[in-house]
Design a protein around this ligand. Structure first.
Ligand code: RFL
Ligand code: PHB
Length: 388
C-alpha cells in the first residue's frame, strides 16, 4: 500500500488534517488504535475558538457547529462569591467562542471521512514508524492477525500524548519541557440545565471549580482534586455537594442528575519542541499538553494542523519545502503563548498545596486587580478567544 501522508492517530488532529489534505487533493491514510465508537465518545474539550470553527469550515464540516454550537461572548471569573465578567465580545472587537463538544467535532469529521474508501483504519494495532529519517518512510500496523505496511512521503504524528510518533524521535535530538501540577480535574457530565448561561471559572478556598456545558440541557462541571484522588472516591452526591460549595453565590441553583461520565484528568504543561524529524511531523497533543483551564488543547491542535496542512500543500503544489522546514518554528510561537496563558490562568485560580497565606493573598489581589482593570480583562479576553 502507498499513500502521500500516513497519519498516525484518528483524534481531532488526525481527522482534521486528513480532511484538509483531501480538500487539497492530497492522499492520506489514518491509522487509529481504538474503535470509532471509542474515539467519538471520549468526553474532552468543549470550547472552540473562532479560528477553529473557521478551519472546520475550510474542511467542509461546519454545518452542525454553526447550527448547534452555542456562541459565548463572555465568561465569569468567580472569587469567593463575587463575579468578574470577561466581556469577550466588547474587549476583542466583536469576537466570541463556541461551545461545541469534541465528541461532536470528531463525529462530524468521521461522517465525511468514512465516506472516503480506505481513508481510516480503526483498531490498527502495533503501529510502527520506519525510516522516518530517510526519503522513503513507511508505517506498519497489525489488524485481524495480519501485518500491513504503508509506504508514504511523510508521516504525521497525531497520536496524542501517549502515542508512538514522538517516541520514534531519537532521544539525542529531543527537546522537551514539562511542568506537572499537584492536582487533577474531576469532571462530571449530566443531562441537566446549566446553572448559568455563561461559563464560570471559580477560585475557592476548597479549590478551583468550573461550570461549563454542552447544550442548554447538558452540563459539564469540574472541580480541582488532589492528584492522588480516584473518581470512585466521588459518588455523585459528594461531587454535587462540593460543586454547590465552590460555586455558591456565583450562579443560579445547580440542578443535579446522574453522571453520564465521571473521570479525573491529571494536569500538565508539556512542550516537545522537536516537532519534526526527517519526514515525521508531530501535531496536537503528540507535541504538547496544556492544563484545560484556558480551553486551549483542541484549539492548539487545530492551529498546528492548519499550519501543517498549508505546508504540505506548498510541497505538493509548488515543490517548495520551506513551509515544512519552518513548521515547528511557526507552530511553537503560538504553542508557547497558549502554554503561558493556560499555566497563568491555572496558577491564578487553583489552590496549590505548597501555597503560603501570602501566595493566596497574591492570588486574590491579582483577581481584584483584574476586576478593576479593563486592561487586565482585555489581555484575558484576547488570549481566551484565541491569538491570531
Ligand atoms: P487525541 O485526542 O489524544 O487523539 C490521539 C489519537 O491517537 C490515537 N493513538 C494511536 N493511534 C495509533 N497508534 C498508536 N500507537 C496510538 N496512540 C494513540 C488515540 O487513540 C487517539 O484517538 O489528540 P489530538 O487529536 O491531538 O487532540 C487533542 C485534544 O484531544 C486535546 O488537546 C483536548 O481534548 C484538550 N482539552 C480541551 N481543549 C480545548 O481546546 N478546549 C477545551 O475546552 C478542552 N477541555 C481538554 C479539555 C482535555 C481534557 N482532558 C481529558 C485532558 C478538558 C479535559 C478534561
Ligand atoms: C469543557 O466544557 O469541557 C471545558 C470548558 C472550558 C475549559 C475546559 C473544559 O476551560
Amino acid at each position: 500500500m502507498r499513500t502521500q501522508v500516513a497519519i498516525v492517530g484518528g483524534g481531532p488532529s488526525g481527522l482534521l488534517l486528513s480532511q484538509l489534505l483531501y480538500t487539497d487533493g492530497i492522499d492520506s491514510v489514518i491509522l487509529e488504535k481504538k474503535s470509532r465508537e471509542y474515539v467519538e465518545s471520549r468526553i474532552r474539550a468543549g470550547i472552540l475558538e473562532q479560528g477553529t470553527v473557521d478551519l472546520l469550515a475550510r474542511a467542509g464540516v461546519d454545518d452542525r457547529v454553526r447550527r448547534e454550537g452555542l456562541k459565548h461572548d463572555g465568561f465569569l471569573l468567580g472569587v469567593d462569591g463575587t463575579v468578574i465578567r470577561i466581556d469577550i465580545q466588547k474587549l476583542t472587537g466583536g469576537k466570541a467562542v463556541t461551545v461545541y463538544g469534541q465528541t461532536e467535532v470528531t463525529k462530524d469529521l468521521n461522517t465525511v471521512i468514512s465516506g472516503r474508501e480506505g481513508a481510516i483504519v480503526y483498531e490498527a494495532d502495533n503501529v510502527t514508524l520506519h525510516d522516518i529519517a530517510g526519503p522513503s518512510p513507511a508505517v506498519s500496523y497489525e489488524k485481524d492477525g495480519q501485518t500491513y505496511t504503508i509506504s508514504c512521503d511523510f508521516v504525521a504524528g497525531c497520536d496524542g500524548y501517549h502515542g508512538v510518533s514522538r517516541a520514534s524521535i531519537p532521544a539525542d535530538v529531543a527537546r522537551a519541557f514539562e511542568f506537572l501540577y499537584p492536582f487533577g480535574w474531576l469532571g462530571i457530565l449530566a443531562d441537566v440545565p446549566p446553572c448559568n448561561h455563561e461559563l464560570i471559572y471559580a477560585h475557592h478556598r476548597n479549590g478551583f471549580a468550573l461550570a461549563s456545558m454542552r447544550s442548554h440541557q447538558r452540563s459539564r462541571y469540574y472541580i480541582q482534586v488532589p492528584a492522588s484522588e480516584r473518581a470512585e472516591d466521588w459518588p455523585d452526591d459528594r461531587l454535587w455537594n462540593e460543586l454547590e460549595v465552590r460555586l455558591s453565590g456565583l450562579a443560579g441553583p445547580i440542578t443535579r442528575g446522574p453522571a453520564l461520565e465521571k473521570s479525573i484528568a491529571p494536569l500538565r504543561s508539556f512542550v516537545f519542541e522537536t516537532m519534526s524529524y526527517g519526514r515525521l511531523f508531530l501535531a496536537g497533543d503528540a507535541a504538547h499538553i496544556v492544563p484545560p483551564t484556558g480551553a486551549k488543547g483542541l484549539n492548539l491542535a487545530a492551529s498546528d494542523v492548519r499550519i501543517l496542512a498549508d505546508a504540505f500543500r506548498e510541497h505538493y503544489r509548488k515543490g517548495n519545502d520551506e513551509a515544512l522546514t519552518r513548521y515547528p518554528q511557526r507552530a511553537l510561537d503560538r504553542i508557547w503563548k497558549a502554554v503561558r496563558f493556560s499555566w497563568w490562568l491555572t496558577r491564578l485560580t487553583h489552590r496549590f498545596p505548597s501555597m503560603s497565606p501570602f501566595d493566596i493573598r497574591m492570588q486574590v489581589a491579582e483577581l481584584n486587580y483584574i476586576r478593576d482593570s479593563a486592561f487586565a480583562q482585555t489581555t484575558i479576553a484576547e488570549n481566551y478567544v484565541g491569538l491570531p
